[in-house]
Design a protein around this ligand. Structure first.
Ligand SMILES: NC(=O)c1ccc[n+]([C@@H]2O[C@H](COP(=O)([O-])OP(=O)(O)OC[C@H]3O[C@@H](n4cnc5c(N)ncnc54)[C@H](OP(=O)(O)O)[C@@H]3O)[C@@H](O)[C@H]2O)c1
Length: 518
């Protein structure tokens, strides 16, 4: 066995001895079972939960899609996909064989009532009573089908609007609406068939260990939390950069843009976790209450303020890592005159007691030099009284690296050895890999496990999703009919348009870019 396989076994063994939450026997129905997400993420995640013995005993997975397959051919395809997409290699054949026995396929159209009758019969065919009652429906299909699935499940009695400890649950993939009105409409439709607490809206960022660690870090360390406010913090930068361009997803991206694709969900979620007040407890509702409060405190902008505080950007041709990239307007399915933003930078304020006057700068973009997500908290500079006027003291900062090189870096000034008083910034780094080993579960593993257990903490509540849309809508509305200016274009492979640098320069600040792994 290879060294890394040994290491993995050790880690799994050490995890197996830790007390884990008891989860009830559960049937998981995946709508969209022949789709990309199922093959790349959902089945690998469920397989890893099986590998870790984290799934309930017993469990059942039913795939629902139109394509013609038998149970065996479906399992065979999933096995091949797992070889490709499993985050641990090689796939453990014994675990797979046991796992595969729990998988069945239900071939049917989502619009066909007979499909739900067939599904009901498959569910009812289980000899284990709990598998007929504890039902989790994963809606991994296009959003236009969410409402119809809920309605038809309800008609055949598979989705019951109920209270209780583990009611039937719906996991809803993103995007949840394309603006506030459509999100409200979808919420209103779903709520006819189930209670809010039965709806688990996914933002896979919340399944990432490092994103969860934002809260753990803030509320378990006295040294940082007492600095976490306007008296000590100069500003906060949140960067989510992507090295990839739009590629074959031009059709989708023309409708979305960076604002809908990244800001409405991932970036505002990170903002909420970084800025929220301590919750009354770690219960889902208490945490989500505080996140919503934070989002509601984001200062609204008039259309004029949007133009002053929000930058759009779009890449033109360039190179990323020596690889030529076409301009966005030349990508397949993109209009040659498109003004859709492949980059955006936002300067916003949170109007509450803790954050009054502290700017938060958010930016995200495609075809940037690195793929990275990080939060940089920049503290106020120390008064430069003691050292020579020539010495520019570096302000202290704390960087939460969400991915890659997951970890935390504290930057402060240190004396350069020698007779003088020369100072330079130095770093103290914590890295997840070196502390805990490189065994990082995929976001979908954690999210599926939480949904199986019926815990909604890591999912987005109705008011959260709607508040986030209202922030994004007010920005997007101000852009209607406005063409991009020259300062809003950037070469692929650079850190964004000059207009984004101007946004910070106006405040005598500058972007601090994520650094490549050492
Ligand atoms: N892929 C990703 O990485 C990713 C990431 C984030 C979010 N999402 C979201 O996840 C959802 C699924 O994405 P995907 O990439 O897996 O899509 P996909 O590859 O296009 O798969 C769509 C699935 O839906 C099924 N389907 C569509 N219409 C159907 C109908 N009338 N009756 C029965 N089944 C039907 C298809 O099955 P048949 O063709 O066999 O009928 C297929 O299994 C979308 O909401 C997407 O936005 C995906």
């Amino acid at each position: 066995m290879s060294e890394s396989a040994d290491h993995l076994d050790e880690l799994l063994a050490s995890r197996a001895t830790k007390p884990t939450r008891q989860v009830d026997p559960c049937t998981i129905v995946i709508f969209g079972a022949s789709g990309d997400l199922t093959f790349r993420k959902l089945i690998p995640a469920l397989y890893h939960l099986a590998l870790e013995k984290a799934l309930p005993t017993p469990y059942r997975i039913i795939g629902y899609a139109r394509r013609d397959k038998t149970d065996d051919s479906f399992r065979q395809e999933l096995r091949e996909a797992l070889t490709q997409f499993s985050r641990t290699k090689p796939v453990n054949d014994d675990v797979w064989t046991e796992f595969a026995k729990n998988i069945v396929y239900c071939q049917a159209d989502i619009s066909d009532p007979a499909g739900y009758e067939k599904l009901r019969q498959i569910i009812q065919s289980s000899p284990e009573p709990r598998l007929k009652e504890n039902l989790l429906f994963y809606l991994s299909v296009q959003p236009s089908l969410f409402g119809e699935i809920a309605s038809r499940l309800s008609t055949v009695g598979l989705l019951k609007k109920e209270e209780g400890l583990t009611p039937d649950r719906l996991i809803i993939e993103k995007p949840f609406g394309h603006d506030l009105a459509s999100a409200q409409e979808l919420n209103a439709e779903l709520i006819r068939f189930c209670h809010e607490r039965q709806i688990f809206r996914i933002d896979h960022y919340l399944g990432k260990e490092t994103v969860q660690n934002i809260l753990m870090f803030r509320f378990s360390n006295a040294i940082f939390e007492r600095l976490w406010h306007r008296e000590s913090i100069d500003h906060v930068q949140i960067t989510v950069s992507e090295k990839i361009g739009v590629g074959s997803r031009g059709g989708y991206y023309e409708e979305a843009g960076a604002m809908r694709d990244m800001v409405q969900n991932h970036m505002l979620q990170i903002l909420a976790l970084v800025g929220m007040e301590p919750p009354a407890s770690v219960e889902a509702e208490n945490i989500r209450d505080e996140k919503v409060k934070l989002l509601k405190s984001v200062r609204p902008m008039t259309p004029q303020q949007v133009l002053e505080n929000v930058v759009r950007g779009q890449y033109f041709a360039g190179e990323v890592d020596g690889e030529a990239r076409p301009a966005y307007r030349s990508e397949p399915k993109v209009k040659p005159t498109s003004n859709v933003e492949t980059y955006t930078a936002i300067r916003l304020f949170i109007d509450n007691w803790r954050w009054a006057g502290v700017p938060f700068y958010l930016r995200t973009g495609k075809n940037l030099p690195l793929s990275a997500s990080e939060v940089r908290v920049q503290f106020k500079a120390a008064p430069n009284i003691l050292f020579s006027a020539r010495t520019q003291l570096d302000p202290n900062s704390l960087t939460l690296r969400l991915q890659p090189n997951e970890g935390i870096t504290l930057r402060f000034n240190g004396k350069v050895p020698g007779a003088g008083t020369e100072l330079r910034p130095v770093r103290m780094r914590f890295s997840y890999d070196s502390e805990f080993g490189a065994y990082t579960p995929e976001a979908y593993e954690r999210l599926l496990l939480e949904a199986i257990a019926g815990d909604a903490t890591l999912f987005i509540r109705r008011d959260e999703v709607e508040t986030a849309w209202s922030i994004v809508d007010s920005i997007r509305t101000a852009w209607i009919g406005k063409s991009l200016t020259n300062r809003e274009f950037y070469s692929a492979g650079t850190w964004g348009p000059s207009a984004a640098d101007d946004l910070l320069a106006r405040d005598q600040r500058e972007w601090r870019n994520p650094q490549p792994a050492k």
